[in-house]
Design a protein around this ligand. Structure first.
Ligand code: ZN
Length: 306
């Protein structure tokens, strides 16, 4: 007798941390890693690591090794093999060609200079579809843009609450393949996030404005894309975002307990002071039992707390 076993529906959490190897991890990236790791583990889910290495001019030699070494030193324990975007370039290209063929995307010949001097750009808006109806051929030096409709894109962010974007007014038709023949950030992460089956993306609030177009793109492939949760980005005392481009200092693993404690504090978790002198394992144990998303401040930026 042929019988189909009915499986119980078990919603399973899958999260990820996705650094780019443009330099070693800094305190801002630690904060995002801590939030995404706790969110995954406290939801009994898995947590994966993906290296976003598709922008060679911005990459630094040895950065991947440095990133993995410091994550290990801070006690992060990821599931499965580390994934590399550079191994999927052919796939991104294939899907971009498919979107063009299906007329969901079109080629644009506007130069960077033309775009930045347009009246729309001066109003803080993005692309207004100059090339939308031109039916341009796929030639070198042209970017590929995704057509956006008039529908708004709305979602509930785990920290920032209800978000509502008018893609046409906010960004316009957005680039999925760049004029320099590299996939855009939105294309690469959207395809990977679908392929790798994440249920929630925890990342820095500087990416909040990109979430609407990521959702728009993911919706072309799946009816149930993903949840989002954005955490504040960290600035130095002068208000500058900590970033590899601004030469934020690399995480010093000798002070890992203090740094981990500080990250929990900056995420609003109110760790007791004595924790800053405990082992990394002790700090994680405390965090696993106390993690509360509702304590994270819905702020775009916060000043580094030490
Ligand atoms: Zn154009």
């Amino acid at each position: 007798m042929n019988r189909r076993l009915s499986k119980p529906f078990t919603p399973y959490y899958r999260g990820r941390f996705a650094p780019s190897p443009s330099g070693p991890l800094h305190y801002g990236s630690l904060l995002t890693a801590v939030a995404s790791y706790l969110q995954a583990r406290c939801n009994h889910g898995c947590w994966h690591l993906r290296i976003e290495d598709i922008d060679p001019p911005r990459q630094q030699k040895g950065a991947v090794r440095q990133i993995l070494t410091s994550l290990r030193a801070f006690g992060f324990d990821w599931d499965g093999p580390v994934r590399y975007q550079s191994q999927r370039l052919a796939y991104y290209q294939h899907i971009a060609a498919q979107l063009y063929k299906d007329q969901l995307a079109y080629y644009c010949q506007c130069s960077r200079k033309q775009l930045s001097s347009s009246p729309e750009a001066r109003l803080g808006r993005n692309y207004r579809g100059n090339c939308r109806e031109m039916e341009l051929a796929p030639l070198a030096g042209r970017s590929l843009r995704m057509r956006v409709g008039t529908d708004h894109v709305a979602f509930n962010d785990g920290v920032f609450g209800r978000q509502n974007y008018d893609l046409q007014a906010d960004s316009g038709d957005y680039v999925i393949y760049r004029a320099d023949q590299l996939p855009s950030y939105t294309l690469a992460v959207s395809l990977d996030d679908i392929h790798e089956g994440y249920t929630e993306l925890v990342r820095g609030a500087d990416l909040l404005h990109l979430s609407a177009r990521q959702l728009h793109l993911m919706q072309q492939f799946t009816p149930q894309p993903v949840q989002f949760m954005h955490v504040p980005i960290i600035t130095d005392s002068s208000g500058q975002k900590l970033s590899k481009q601004n030469h934020a200092s690399a995480l010093d693993t000798r002070h890992r307990s203090f740094l981990l404690y500080s990250a929990l504090k900056d995420l609003g978790q109110e760790p007791p002071k004595y924790l800053s002198r405990r082992s990394v394992a002790n700090i994680w144990d405390w965090a696993f039992s106390r993690w509360q998303v509702s304590l994270i401040a819905p702020e775009m930026m916060i000043k580094q707390g030490f």
